[in-house]
Design a protein around this ligand. Structure first.
Ligand code: SF4
Length: 313
């Protein structure tokens, strides 16, 4: 069965050329060599936040982060290990600050209570007789007296004014709503909301003559003393009519993906190049697929696990 994910659909809607490069070129798409963080910052932040809500104590979560870092030894170069060390410091600080700021919520005594984590999104949509599998995941699910909350944690370098506009319009936002209603039924009388949970990455860098322990303590202190700078939340709610309207839009996007692939109708959306930071494929679009540029990318060795099991043809 043909499969698309939240990310692939969002990428296609953003720029068709980006979808081709990220998911199809040379088999499974390509990724920039230099942009791959050795410590997988986003994934580790997501898993650490979920662990706090699941009841793991902060020292145990920090120990888990240290363990993840140690596992990289022998697999990374000395330079990469240094980057990984900085990321470890940043994640430790971010999680310590998060545990302090959202202490009540984590303990389950606040208004919102989260009780499900890393919930798979997996449902089928019929596109003119052809089933399409939609996959992805929700970070957290919880509720308050009046609302069901889909919690989505995002680690980001900047928290700008445009974040609200971006999430209001992003196809990913509507995909969460549709996926929720495809897989769950909200308790009677409760409305469904998405809580975007932003954690800003620290821009502090290790100083000359500063040990890693001193640096780690400085980063942690900064997260603890400036919570409003590092943590931000946005809530989005949609009416049933808006959700159904987007479902129509989703069907059109999926049909468009099929036709664009079948007839090789790729084109660039130049407005997307710098919309959310510099696109990782910018050099390819600027200079073409020449050897000197392509040397900065490597082929993905397999489809993303959410896309496996599909024919994708
Ligand atoms: S650089 Fe711009 S046109 Fe090229 S793939 Fe990225 S978003 Fe699309």
């Amino acid at each position: 069965m043909h499969t698309e994910t939240q990310s692939s659909i969002t990428t296609f809607a953003e720029c068709k050329e980006k979808y081709r490069l990220a998911y199809l070129l040379n088999g499974h798409g390509i990724r920039p060599v230099g942009h791959v963080w050795p410590f997988f910052t986003g994934e580790n932040i997501h898993r650490s936040v979920a662990s706090l809500y699941k009841g793991l104590s902060l020292p145990k979560v920090l120990h888990w982060i240290d363990h993840r870092h140690l596992q990289l030894q022998g697999r990374l170069s000395a330079a990469q290990m240094q980057v990984s060390e900085m990321e470890r410091s940043m994640i430790r600080g971010a999680i310590t600050g998060y545990a302090s700021k959202y202490k009540k919520e984590i303990a389950g005594v606040g208004k919102k209570k989260f009780n499900q984590f890393e919930i798979p999104i997996d449902w089928n949509l019929d596109l003119r007789g052809r089933p399409i599998r939609i996959r992805g995941s929700m970070d957290m699910l919880g509720s308050s007296d009046k609302f069901v909350y889909i919690g989505e944690t995002k680690s980001t370098s900047q928290i700008s004014q445009s974040i609200k506009q971006d999430i209001e319009l992003a196809p990913q936002t509507m995909l969460y709503f549709i996926s929720y209603f495809e897989q769950f039924t909200p308790p009677k009388g409760k409305r469904v909301r998405i809580l975007f949970n932003y954690i800003r990455k620290s821009l502090l860098r290790q100083k000359k003559n500063e040990s890693i322990q001193q640096f780690m303590a400085r980063v942690q202190e900064d997260y603890l003393t400036r919570p409003d700078h590092y943590y931000h939340r946005e809530v989005v709610e949609r009416t049933t009519v808006e959700t159904l309207r987007f479902k129509q839009e989703l069907l059109k996007i999926l049909r468009d993906i099929r036709i664009t692939k079948k007839y090789n109708l790729w084109y660039k959306n130049r407005k997307a190049c710098n919309a959310r930071g510099r696109c990782p494929f910018f050099d390819i679009c600027l200079y073409g697929e020449v050897d000197s540029v392509m040397a900065m990318y490597r082929n993905k060795t397999a489809k993303h696990e959410e896309l496996t099991g599909s024919t994708n043809g």
